[in-house]
Design a protein around this ligand. Structure first.
Ligand code: GLN
Length: 312
């Protein structure tokens, strides 16, 4: 199995590195527009602790919306009832930054992985604290999961997003008007922009996802990060909502719970089998990594990894 995995990762890396059609790098956050679309990296960590890497596996990128997974874990561990009182658990079928659905539904975001839902979740983490405590807590969690204290938020990316994040500001103010968020909008948004700006490599990200392949227990430390039930439920949300209005297509093509970000990263989980991180900055029109998705499709089919596969 390991020989197959090594060969497959090498084949996928060669294919993706040479691909002519690579998608469009996000340019609505000016700092992200500077990243070359030529990068491709992937890391697969298996349940027995082996790491198989390809391409730019150790190059940092902006994790963007993948951070919504970590802020959700942090908020759930503080007060799960408060999370579900303010956000739903339904796929949105809308763009990640849609405003119209939020208004039509009375200021209650459909799920924690669209921007509105993530801002509402982050508000719980930032609540009542000074402006740096929330991002400090999210960073502590990510560093602990990855086993790497060097992980940090990139100030230039956070500034770039804060300077241009008018849609996110609109979503946050609208939710404040509806009582969906409690804290000062500026503090909540600053925390959200800094969490999106966390820079990680595929290797660090795949390590940070290990607890989800392992029923909520971090195999590196033996620490219980979330209960087995919560790990299953987070995976259910990743599968149904992790790729916004392309979540159904991703489930159809890949069949694994996964969370994407507009930096071009995707963290995917094959429960009981592997934690997988891929990165290629060019995006599909829905804002998901084009080659990252293609790589996961090849890997999942090649290894027979799918939550819908009875043998997986
Ligand atoms: N920081 C980005 C935003 O709020 C995150 C979006 C994403 O990765 N899909 O627009």
């Amino acid at each position: 199995m390991m020989a197959d995995l090594h060969r497959l990762v090498a084949e996928i890396t060669a294919e993706m590195s040479a691909a002519a059609v690579r998608g469009r790098v996000a340019d609505y956050i000016p700092e992200l527009a500077k990243v070359s679309p030529d990068h491709f990296g992937m890391v697969v960590i298996t349940a027995d602790g082996r790491e198989v890497a390809g391409g730019d596996a150790d190059m940092d990128f902006s994790i963007q919306s993948i951070s919504k997974l970590f802020s959700l874990v942090e908020a759930l561990s503080r007060d799960a009832d408060a999370v579900w009182a303010r956000v739903g658990r339904e796929p949105s079928g809308s763009a990640f930054n849609s405003i119209v659905q939020l208004e039509a539904e009375g200021g209650r975001p459909r799920n924690p992985f669209i921007n509105a839902g993530a801002i509402a979740v982050t508000d719980l983490v930032a609540a009542g604290e000074d402006s740096r405590a929330g991002i400090g807590a999210i960073l502590r969690l990510v560093r602990d999961l990855a086993g790497d204290d060097s992980i940090a938020s990139d100030g230039a990316v956070a500034y770039s997003e804060a300077a241009t994040g008018h849609r996110n500001a609109a979503l946050a103010h609208f939710m404040k008007a509806h009582g969906t968020i409690d804290g000062p909008v500026d503090t909540t948004l600053s925390t959200y922009f800094h969490q999106c700006a966390i820079a990680m490599s595929c290797r660090q990200l795949a390590r940070a996802g290990r607890f989800l392949m392992n029923g909520g227990i971090d195999p590196a430390t033996g620490h219980c990060i979330v209960s087995p039930e919560r790990a299953r439920r987070i995976a259910a949300l990743m599968l149904s909502c992790g790729h916004y209005d392309a979540s159904g297509e991703f489930a159809f093509q890949v069949g694994l719970p996964a969370k994407s970000g507009v930096g071009g990263g995707i963290l995917a989980i094959a429960p009981g089998r592997a934690s997988i991180a891929v990165w290629s900055p060019g995006l599909s029109p829905q804002g998901n990594s084009l080659l990252g998705t293609a790589a996961l499709e090849r890997l999942a089919h090649g290894m027979g990894w799918s939550v819908f596969n009875p043998d997986c």
